[in-house]
Design a protein around this ligand. Structure first.
Ligand code: ZN
Length: 231
């Protein structure tokens, strides 16, 4: 194999190394916390807080209703005990019972409305909790896939690095150095020649340059300076 073919192979390995390294850093950036999971957790926490507050209000309304009920019982017991003979006192007690009952009715309506809200919030918590579970499962699956991909790229990279070492060792130091210099200047050091055209700069090459390149000599494109490679 002539030196140009070897340099072209080296370039192929370098390109593969670069693309694998890019893929690896892309994967690394995707590893870690998921924004979707974090916001779903925050939403669920809020919904939980809302439900707790509603339950607190429900219990407090229920306690108040119990309290009123026992007050009503006591007043009614007194009212129907026959112990009160004074009509004015009886009327006032009757009025008191009516007021207590009205207050209890109001509270019962309010408690019912709160219970409806509790049911709604309970359903919301269940929905959001399921959504979070799905997102977490999806995130775990993604992370596992990313870790597997990462391992795969690392294996490929180590294979490529090994191949690169072997290739470099086969080429004389001077062309390798020249290759690196050109690569630094132009991004790609070796340009393929197709139908007499340098693929590096898309210029039609003179016949003399082509002939010299065809012989396997290290020839630079007269236009872009890249090493010409004829497959
Ligand atoms: Zn060129």
């Amino acid at each position: 194999m002539n030196v140009v073919s070897q340099l072209y192979q080296l370039q192929e390995v370098d390109l593969a190394l670069e693309s694998n390294e890019q893929a690896l850093s892309q994967i690394a950036s995707q590893l870690g916390e998921s924004q979707a999971v974090v916001s779903a957790q925050a939403e669920l926490t809020l919904e939980h807080q809302c439900l707790e507050e509603l339950r607190r209000r429900q219990h407090s309304a229920e306690w108040e209703i119990d309290d009123l009920s026992s007050k009503i019982s006591t007043a009614e017991e007194k009212l129907y005990s026959g112990r009160i003979g004074n009509p004015k006192e009886l009327a006032s007690l009757q009025h008191e019972v009516e007021e207590l009952r009205a207050r209890r009715d109001q509270l019962e309506d309010r408690a019912l409305a709160i219970i409806e809200q509790v049911e709604l919030a309970t359903a919301n918590v269940a929905t959001k909790s399921n959504k979070l579970k799905d997102l977490e499962a999806e995130w775990r699956r993604q992370q596992q896939q990313l870790s597997a991909d990462m391992e795969q790229h690392k294996t490929i990279l180590s294979g490529l690095n090994h191949k690169r070492q072997l290739l470099s060792a086969q080429i004389a130091p001077q062309p390798v150095e020249f290759y690196h210099e050109l690569k630094k200047q132009k991004g790609t050091a070796v340009a393929k020649v197709e139908q007499g055209i340098c693929r590096g700069c898309r210029i039609l090459l003179p016949t003399t340059e082509l002939q010299r390149a065809r012989g396997g000599n290290l020839v630079q494109c007269g236009s872009c300076g890249r090493i010409l490679f004829l497959a």
